[in-house]
Design a protein around this ligand. Sequence first.
Ligand code: 3EB
Length: 330
Amino acid sequence: MSESARKRVTGVAGAHVNYVDAAIDPSGDPNLLALISFGPRACAPTDPRCLHVGLDPIDGRDLIEVWRADGPVRSSRRGLVRYSESDTHLFAIVEIDEREYSDVGAAARAGYSALVDFQHHSNKPHLLRIWNYFDAITEGSGEDERYQRFCVGRAEGLGEHQLATLPAATAIGRRDGSPILLIYWLASILPGQSVENPRQISAYHYPRQYGPVAPRFARATLTNDGELLLSGTASVVGHATHHDGDVRAQLHETLRNLDALLQHAHASAPVCPRNFGPNALLKVYLRHREDAALVHDELRANLPADIELLILEADICRSDLLIEIDGVHR
Ligand code: 3EB
């Protein structure tokens, strides 16, 4: 990691994330929790801490997401879960082969049952953040749509688990035809605090039109270190998609949502800054590759110069959404 990259690393006390523009050898780093690759620069597939999310980077930079702990990390496997953990933090991964289940809902139920079972036995029981990636997220119609089925299975698998402090989350569609439902999460010995967005209805209260079971996630998690883990955020106001077909307007609505989330988090935790600073990390999921230049320029014009941006070609979970942004505010 370069000195400038190292300097910008801050984070959840005991676990730090960064986006790094270099190939990384995991074997020499005892504190490494996870290496997440997106593009062709995949990392050592034999290391249990490496995972690949099949979403193409479209800004020409094949960044690697690096999670490091403050102390040494042990890696192991329990049932369907492979994980690495320090004394304070856990990073865990479940990959479910959809072909072994009747549909993506059943696969999600199995994945989340495994997650809950694992967390029950863990000494890092507090879920802070969950990421979900699977193929063809908007395929199927009505209640058969794969995202709606996923939401049903996720809720069944989660049951009553951590209902009062839902973690932040992302659920994004790949286009690689792979049958693997990928779920990974960050957990801690200390609980975080769920943060909702005053401009948006909480996803777990979405009305019936979006599916038989509402999505189970919080808009963000405030860690005990004052860091804000941002869920996937899109051009949703109240519960409705705004600016159908207009990526620029959707981007600006998304930025207003992120701003509202930051203001709200700051109001309850003044240690969490009001505005994005240079240490923020944002991951942009973009439906149409050809919108990348516009989105990149608008983001650079509206955010602090040093923010690390990773732009990925992806499907968003509503077919009318063109862009979604998640990340870390610190
Ligand atoms: C939204 O605001 C956009 O189902 O885990 C964002 C983040 C969205 C997480 C999830 C869905 C999820 O409803 C979609």
